[in-house]
Ligand binder design. Structure first.
Ligand SMILES: NCc1[nH]cc(CCC(=O)O)c1CC(=O)O
Length: 320
């Protein structure tokens, strides 16, 4: 009998929920029985602002170590939490179909962004959300918060007028009741890869015809995967991490055209750069899916270069 598939997860409710869905899907697709392996990450263990923890990677390093050590065979990450640098020996072998990537305002008294009182306090730990909130409503007071989704939502009863969270996380937790406005992309461009999951395995397990490799290939949603590749190539070329005031959203149209929207902001929201670019994806012969992936990534890189030429690095305080 083949060994039980060990699926690594952070121990938060959100992580357990989304990992559980992925693990069930892999089993249903023929990968065999599975068990969940809980891994505690620095992002769960330490308190303090995300920026002070070093931003990118705090939630994923321990999971990646567990994969590399063989303590688990599959790791499921919120894709936007994955550093853009690939991990040696690991590959993202599947990107399941994406949830709605928008950001959600969760406000007291059912209010929308436009209806928040003058000077209202809005909680978010994300410089991208803070800058876009201030661009739309310069009068707001943005309060740096973190913690799991329930902790953040409780702040609305406690001391804040509103918080902004990814709608996808609320959907996975069954907490869409808390959403008072799905923020339009023009107001709040999502984080690169928001709403998408990354299913990571050791590179040798992603290829070939073994049951796990076949299940991963079947779980992969090509349009989501390509969109996320474009968004993350943009982030990578900007040398920006999840703590940067950068938004990006890509989608594949019915005509195989991949369109990418991006925004880079001054952290206080007083200035921004917005660009859009499209590329027609090459028809991918079955033996050359990499050509399509390269075309998607090239679109992100090209748009990032346009933004850099327009002064994005100085605007957003990026290293690039
Ligand atoms: N940085 C935290 C994080 N990472 C992934 C999600 C959930 C949504 C997603 O999968 O994009 C969240 C919470 C949030 O941003 O509200």
């Amino acid at each position: 009998m083949p060994h039980t598939l060990r699926v690594g997860t952070r121990a938060s409710t959100l992580a357990l929920t989304q990992t559980g869905h992925v693990a069930d899907a892999l089993t249903a697709l023929g990968a065999g029985e599975h068990e969940l392996v809980r891994v505690r990450t620095d992002g769960d263990r330490l308190t303090g602002s995300l920026a002070s923890l070093g931003g990118t990677g705090v939630f994923v390093t321990a999971l990646r170590d567990a994969l590399l050590d063989g303590r688990c065979d599959v790791a499921v990450h919120s894709f936007k939490d994955l550093p853009t640098a690939p991990a040696d020996g690991l590959v993202v072998a599947a990107v399941p179909v994406r949830e709605d990537p928008c950001d959600a305002l969760c406000a007291r008294d059912g209010r929308t962004l436009a209806e928040l009182p003058e000077g209202a306090s809005v909680g978010t730990g994300s410089p991208r959300r803070a800058a876009q909130l201030l661009a739309a409503r310069p009068d707001l007071t943005v309060v740096d918060i973190r913690g799991n989704v329930d902790t953040r939502l409780r702040r609305i009863e406690d001391d804040l007028d509103a918080v902004v969270l990814a709608r996808a996380g609320l959907a996975r937790l069954g907490r869409l009741d808390a959403v008072t406005e799905a923020l339009p992309f023009a107001v709040m461009t999502p984080a690169p890869a928001q709403g998408a999951l990354a299913v990571e395995v050791r590179a040798e397990e992603a290829a070939g015809a073994a049951p796990l490799a076949r299940a991963l290939a079947a779980l992969d949603h090509r349009p989501t995967h390509l969109a996320v590749l474009a968004e993350r190539a943009l982030l990578s070329r900007l040398e920006a991490g999840c703590a940067a005031p950068v938004g990006a959203y890509a989608r594949v149209g019915g005509d195989d055209v991949l369109t990418l929207d991006a925004v880079v902001l001054r952290p206080d929201g007083t200035a921004s750069l917005r660009r859009t670019a499209s590329a027609t994806l090459p028809a991918a012969p079955a033996d050359e899916p990499a050509a399509t992936a390269l075309a998607a990534a090239a679109l992100g890189t090209r748009l990032a270069e346009e933004l850099l030429d327009a002064g994005a690095a100085a605007l957003a305080g990026l290293a690039a």
